[in-house]
Design a protein around this ligand. Structure first.
Ligand SMILES: Cc1ncc(COP(=O)(O)O)c(C=O)c1O
Length: 410
């Protein structure tokens, strides 16, 4: 496409934007198991209104926009309270889970350097269920990630992680929960290990940060996973997932001001004065910050509990539908992620059959399975899912396998 010589009319653009969606999934119909965290029309409207109200403002300029700086302070304070940060805990907003993880790793690396670590490649030890963001960050930061197979329950194997600790190890990772199976790692054991070995422990609660606290309030059997656990140094918690706000909002949180001091970056060796940020990115959408603040204030504890209760109930119904057809749930998922499979059915073939029926399901490779991250669009479609799954299973059993079953990932 070329930049038009004359700009197009707004009416034309409205049409073009709508037409461009033609091949996009219709996420509102609940047939996609990823990317979307819908909590109702009202929540969406609150987020959109706040986003538009601060559409042009820039999170890079806290002096120009003290409103945004205050929203961020409030968001960090609300998040820290939820995740049991003590009076010394600190944090910052970022644009997403990947950035939060990258910044935690950068802080851990810089703390290690400040403590005299100079040789070798700083190493992070994580279960192989941890998000690829750790490896992406390691690539950018000149670090390395050693991945350790999960245990039989798909949780981080703490003993195996301990055995892998070497002279270059500076950080351990636990997930609450990890994306593949949706199970929460044994954070108290990891915290004890981190303390014993004087290592940084990052808890990746990108998925669970704004759902696990409410699930626990509702009685879910989730072990301690946040700053209540001694040894947890930092956490990532995504507002744009189960915080139900606009994309572009996450938090990186630190148990202590001392460790938080390794987060900011400052530079002044150019012509335009001091430049300092707490984030990797520079310019940040004011709208994403305002929307996060507004949604948190709109939902409150009771609102989040209500959404969480409904998502957990929906997850249980998905689990029941799968087990009724003979599938096995992988691990013991406690939050909004579920994955399931079978030892004797080609699950990628099942996934393909589901896609033929209009479902965009995730494919899990270890063990092979179907993967869904649930939200409130899924609440009304569980029966439809069960019906399509039964038909897909029947077709796979009948040998209706297309040669295109490749295991393509989403
Ligand atoms: C456990 C976990 N950590 C980190 C991330 C990365 O988050 P983002 O895509 O917001 O960068 C994800 C994304 O799904 C995740 O599930």
């Amino acid at each position: 496409m070329k930049l038009p010589i004359e700009g197009l009319s707004r009416a034309h653009l409205r049409e073009a934007l709508e037409a461009a969606r033609e091949k996009d999934v219709d996420w509102r119909n609940g047939r996609i198991g990823m990317y979307i965290h819908y909590a109702g029309e009202d929540v969406l409207e609150v987020a959109k209104e706040a986003y538009l109200a601060y559409f042009s403002e820039n999170g890079l300029g806290p002096r120009a926009f003290p409103s945004l700086a205050k929203f961020e302070d409030d968001i960090v304070a609300m998040s820290l309270e939820l995740l049991h940060g003590g009076p010394d805990a600190r944090g910052a907003m970022t644009v997403g889970g990947t950035e939060s993880i990258l910044l935690a790793m950068k802080s851990a690396r810089d703390r290690a350097r400040a403590r005299g670590y100079t040789v070798g490649t700083a190493e992070v030890i994580a279960a192989n269920s941890a998000h690829p963001a750790f490896d992406k960050a390691a690539h950018l930061l000149g670090m390395k990630v050693t991945r350790i197979p999960v245990d039989k329950d798909y949780k981080a194997d703490v003993a195996a992680m301990e055995a892998a600790i070497g002279a270059d190890t500076i950080m351990l990772v636990g997930s609450a929960p990890a994306f593949p199976h949706g199970v929460v790692d044994p954070i108290p054991e990891l915290g004890a290990l981190a303390q014993r070995k004087a290592l940084w422990l990052h808890v990746d609660a990108c998925v669970g940060g704004f759902s696990a606290p409410f699930a626990k309030m509702l009685g879910a059997d989730i072990p301690e996973f946040d700053f209540a656990v001694a040894g947890v140094t930092s956490m990532s918690a995504d507002l744009h997932k189960y915080g139900f706000t606009a994309k572009g909002a996450s938090c990186v949180l630190f148990a202590s001001a001392e460790d938080f001091a390794f987060l900011p970056y400052a530079f002044s060796n150019w012509q335009r004065g001091a430049y300092a940020t707490k984030t990797f990115v520079g310019t940040r959408a004011g709208g994403a910050i305002a929307a996060a603040w507004a949604v948190m204030q709109y939902l409150g504890v009771e609102g989040y509990k209500d959404k969480t209760r409904r998502i957990l109930a929906t997850r249980q119904r998905f689990c029941d539908a799968a087990t009724k057809l003979g599938f096995q749930i992988w691990g013991d998922p406690q939050l909004g992620i579920v994955s399931f499979g079978s030892d004797d059915i080609d699950m990628f073939a099942v996934a393909e059959q589901m896609e033929k029926r209009g479902w965009m399901v995730g494919r899990l490779s270890e063990p092979r399975g179907l993967h869904m991250m649930l939200n409130l669009t899924h609440e009304p479609v569980v029966e439809d899912f069960a019906r399509c799954l039964a038909q897909s299973l029947r077709d796979v059993r009948a040998g209706k396998l297309s040669p295109a079953v490749t295991g393509a990932q989403y």
